[in-house]
Design a protein around this ligand. Structure first.
Ligand code: 5CA
Length: 162
């Protein structure tokens, strides 16, 4: 059931989770979950288990590209360009908000205003459960890597910067 106590952005994520049929629950923490490190500390999990949602901007098609990356990793833009088949650039805060509907620090991997081109970091597959942002800088939800793939419709690939 949708919790009325969640902030509107977190409610949007919870609503999409419910529509998908997944039994996954957005959790709000009193402490910040704005960064992967803060989220891991608040949750009590490994930073590696935090699924960061990083937004890039495709240069030709001007679309949002979402890389869901393990908390300790960086996305390799060259690998993402090869996967996307076009050049990409960094997204600024305004682009992120306009295209995803969420502010940096709370961008979830789902429920975006505009469906992004999405790739998942294969390092996340090593974990039984991972945690992703749920729309605000103090909300997250726990899911399995398989659920992450199902909800995003995306594949696990090698996208880590080494
Ligand atoms: N809630 C946490 C854990 S899930 C979270 O959202 N972490 S995050 O890493 O996915 O989001 C922060 C990311 O936003 C940073 O890694 C960085 O890629 C991006 N970011 C931070 N500041 C800016 C900025 N000024 N412009 C564009 N992107 C930024």
């Amino acid at each position: 059931m949708t919790s009325v106590s969640l902030k509107p952005a977190a409610q949007r994520v919870q609503a999409v989770l419910e529509q998908s049929g997944a039994v996954l629950e957005v959790r709000e923490f009193p402490a910040s979950t704005r960064t992967a490190e803060e989220a891991a500390a608040a949750i009590g999990c490994q930073v590696e288990q935090i699924a960061k949602s990083l937004i890039f901007r495709t240069k030709q098609s001007d679309r949002p590209l979402l890389a869901v990356v393990s908390g300790v990793n960086r996305a390799d833009e060259n690998k993402l360009e090869a996967l996307a088949g076009e050049a990409i650039g960094k997204a600024d805060a305004e682009f992120v908000r306009a295209r995803t509907g969420f502010a940096i620090g709370g961008v979830p991997p789902i429920a975006h205003r505009e469906p992004p081109i999405t790739f998942l970091d294969s390092d996340l597959e090593a974990f039984e459960e991972v945690w992703a942002a749920a729309g605000t800088p103090n909300s997250v939800f726990r899911l399995t890597p398989r659920e992450l793939a199902e909800l995003t419709g995306a594949a696990f690939v090698d996208l880590r910067k080494s």
